[in-house]
Design a protein around this ligand. Structure first.
Ligand code: 13P
Length: 343
């Protein structure tokens, strides 16, 4: 496994591959399991995640890295093999979510700031020992009539920069994730408002990364796409999402960044795939553009699994299909025909 930051980052955005975000916190994975009437026990969480990590075709060919929650990084597969070793054996890089979640920002009702910097240096050293070679920190920027405030962008960006510097000091590639929400409780904004807020956020983030002496060659950016809120009455076409997202990123993201891996953020599976494919089909981009999807990679597999051991093979097929479609999208060669043929 690569050890230099630039090499790890390059491996994470290798052509035709992307990242599986399987780092749902205990609260979030419980919500996912509630959808399939499955209890969120430690062994069920292990079985579910092991199902994906042992989907060999998907993992070998389309998944470059997996973001884990603390529990999973320490967990063993049913046969006693550490899950980290299962991931490594498939040629993917294990990563770890290190933030402690978005907490209310004082004096800014309904805005959040991500916490988790206290003790982070020590935790990163342990995670490196446990095999993690990249980390993730998610900042959340919500759009309402009055938000985001300058203070929330500044506080979140500052925390991302301090996190990223600590990661690089520890030999860990930081995934820098400033997520402008498309599914905030009050979000009704259109694509142009998302564009403006995303530009403001990313501009600040790169200024802070620079000030913190973070080497851009050793990070991966995980942004939202530029897209209308789910509840906005005016939805943009995939072509418009692709065009505005690429324009926004070209404006804000230095070419030294090796790759950008999007979150799916509440888009449908196919929407997340199509939008990514259209962007890559535009060609001549300064960085790799790929996926780091949670929901858009897992939803179909979760449903197919349904918490039952007899469904593992069907769930692995569903997961492999989504991974392959997104692998094609990362090369700009996905089509609706391929989607349906394989399905
Ligand atoms: P979604 O793709 O479901 O948005 O999750 C990605 C992620 O890791 C959010 O932090």
């Amino acid at each position: 496994m690569a050890e230099k930051l630039e090499d790890i980052a390059q491996a994470m955005v290798a052509p035709g591959k992307g990242i599986l975000a399987a780092d749902e916190s205990s609260g979030t994975i419980k919500k996912r399991f509630d959808q399939i009437d499955t209890e969120s026990t430690e062994s069920n969480r292990r079985d579910y995640r092991e199902m994906m990590f042992r989907a060999d075709d998907a993992m070998r060919n389309y998944i470059s890295g997996v973001i884990l929650f603390d529990e999973t990084l320490r967990q063993k597969a049913a046969d006693g093999t550490p899950l980290v070793d299962v991931i490594k054996a498939a040629g993917a890089v294990p990563g770890i979510k290190v933030d402690k979640g978005a907490k209310p920002l004082a004096l800014h009702s309904d805005e959040k700031v991500t916490e988790g910097l206290d003790g982070l240096r020590e935790r990163l050293a342990e995670y490196h020992d446990l095999g993690a070679r990249f980390a993730k920190w998610r900042a959340v920027i919500d759009i309402t009539d009055t938000a985001p405030s300058a203070a929330s962008i500044a506080a979140n960006s500052h925390a991302l920069a301090r996190y990223a510097a600590l990661c690089q000091e520890a030999g860990i590639v930081p995934i820098v994730e400033p997520e402008v929400l498309m599914d905030g409780p009050e979000s009704r904004h259109d694509i142009d408002r998302c564009y403006d807020v995303t530009v403001a956020t990313l501009t600040r983030v790169f200024a802070d990364l620079h000030e913190a002496r973070v080497a851009l060659e050793g990070i991966v950016l995980k942004p939202n796409m530029v897209i209308a809120a789910k509840n906005c009455p005016t939805q943009a076409s995939a072509a418009e999402v692709a065009e505005k997202t690429v324009r926004c990123l070209k404006t804000c993201v230095p070419a030294a960044v090796p790759g950008i891996a999007f979150l799916s953020g509440g888009q449908s599976d196919e929407q997340a795939t199509e939008n990514l494919s259209l962007m890559n089909a535009m060609g001549s981009l300064p960085w790799a553009l790929t996926f780091s999807y949670g929901r858009a990679l897992q939803q179909a597999a979760l449903k197919a699994w349904g918490g039952k051991v007899e469904n593992v093979a069907a769930a692995q097929r569903a997961f492999t299909h989504r991974a392959r479609m997104n692998g094609l999208a990362a090369q700009g060669t996905w089509s609706g025909d391929q989607e349906r043929q394989a399905a």
